[in-house]
Design a binder for this molecule. Structure first.
Ligand SMILES: Cc1cc2nc3c(=O)[nH]c(=O)nc-3n(C[C@H](O)[C@H](O)[C@H](O)COP(=O)(O)O)c2cc1C
Length: 386
């Protein structure tokens, strides 16, 4: 582990030296831990509070077993499907995560190029470290994630810019009225190094909660949210966003049937079932556990996606069987980025995609349409059936 205060500026970020050594996402995570300053690794890896929800996101996958079918002829497996009415080559996308230049000098540009090389959708964060227009110029299939600040004209500007730059959907994150209690970041006094900032909101100053001597008093990001983010956001604002945005609207962070029904009534196009990777409300259910009730509540009127803890092809299968149309991954992309920039991101997505193909073969599913509820059963030591 590196010293948390070590400057990132002169970090050498060598490209993947021996990619064959990394055969699972955990191998990328191990190497990212070695490469990144501790403050950055902790920011990426950590969750809120006791990190119970963070751990639940993974454990939830263990609560389901797969019910394989055999002798169905699986030589050809087709992963293609559609998302918000557009074809995608496989149902795995890049979740919005902040500050990619903390992992690699090319930041979100490298992520976008890696995603583009496989045709994956990338959701670009409001708090990216490369301007949204430059990310768009890579040609990646892109959606824009929105944080609404107190000054609503900032959101209207971002929406205009994202639409002009060819973003195909607007993803409103609803689970972050205030930043969750990320104790690692408070302990590390998380701060952005000089030269890395909010590229989409250059006029929004990072709050200067610094102690004498130049160190931040706590997490700079937490201070930013407390000072600038609009905690008064309500369902009325969903109507406002629909009125000002020509893009399809996805609500990210919905975890209950009640909110899913309100989202459907509000006319949204998509729901991303998510607990923000365990970084907001500790004690919230695992995303996979919340998925069935959300999917059931909207009954195919709204496209349901999920993120949180997806690390293997079998995880993707379980999420799809429980009602998701596609899944998104957050941290694995950052590990890929830290290990090898564009090529690292490509490897992560390729690994997940190929692992999904393998899982489809082993469960006797040839197309995404064949992945249905009968594929999973509760793991209770005995097979309960579908
Ligand atoms: C380092 C980091 C930064 C994140 N930044 C954002 C963000 O800016 N906006 C957002 O909506 N979600 C953000 N998220 C949440 C992710 O979009 C996603 O919900 C989560 O990472 C999925 O879980 P996973 O990391 O287990 O795949 C962030 C997550 C991480 C790990």
């Amino acid at each position: 582990m590196r010293d948390p205060t070590e400057s990132l500026k002169d970090e050498p970020v060598p490209d993947i030296a021996q990619p064959e050594d990394r055969v699972g996402i955990e191998d990328f995570e191990r190497d990212a831990r070695e490469r990144l300053p501790q403050m950055v690794f902790d920011y990426y890896e950590g969750g809120a509070g006791d990190e119970w929800t963070l751990a639940e996101n993974r454990r939830a996958f263990d609560r389901w077993v797969l019910r394989p079918r055999f002798l169905v002829g699986v030589e050809k497996v087709d992963l293609s499907t559609t998302l918000l009415g557009r074809p995608i080559p496989f149902p795995i996308g890049v979740a919005p995560t902040a500050f990619h230049r903390l992992a690699h000098p090319d930041g979100e540009l490298a992520t976008a190029r890696g995603a583009l090389s496989l045709g994956a959708v990338m959701v670009v964060s409001t708090i990216s470290t490369v301007p949204l227009e430059e990310v768009a110029a890579t040609g990646v299939d892109r959606w824009f994630q929105l944080y609404v600040m107190r000054d609503h004209s900032l959101a209207e500007d971002l929406i205009r810019r994202a639409h002009a730059a060819g973003y195909r959907a607007l993803v409103l994150t609803v689970d972050t009225p205030q930043l969750g209690p990320r104790l690692r970041d408070v302990r590390n006094r998380f701060t952005l190094p000089p030269g890395i900032g909010l590229a989409n909101l250059p006029r929004l100053p990072m709050p200067d909660g610094r102690l004498p001597g130049g160190r931040a008093a706590g997490s700079e990001l937490s201070d930013l949210f407390a000072a600038e983010h609009d905690a008064s956001l309500s369902w009325d604002d969903v109507a406002w966003l629909r009125s000002v945005s020509p893009m399809p609207l996805v609500l990210k962070g919905i975890l209950t049937a009640e909110d899913a029904r309100l989202a459907a009534e509000a006319g949204v196009d998509g729901i991303m079932v998510s607990n923000h990777g365990g970084r907001q409300l500790d004690g919230a259910p695992a995303a996979l556990d919340a998925l069935p009730e959300v999917a059931e509540a909207v009954d195919e009127h709204v496209e349901v996606m999920m993120d949180g803890g997806v690390r293997r092809g079998i995880d993707v299968l379980k999420a799809l069987a429980l009602g998701a149309r596609a899944v998104f991954v957050g941290r694995p992309i950052l590990w890929g980025l830290a290990c090898g920039g564009e090529e690292g991101v490509r490897r992560i997505l390729e690994m997940l995609r190929d692992d999904l193909t393998l899982a489809m073969r082993l469960t006797g599913r040839r197309t995404i349409a064949e992945v249905d509820r009968s594929l999973v059963a509760r793991a209770q030591g005995s097979w309960g059936g579908p």
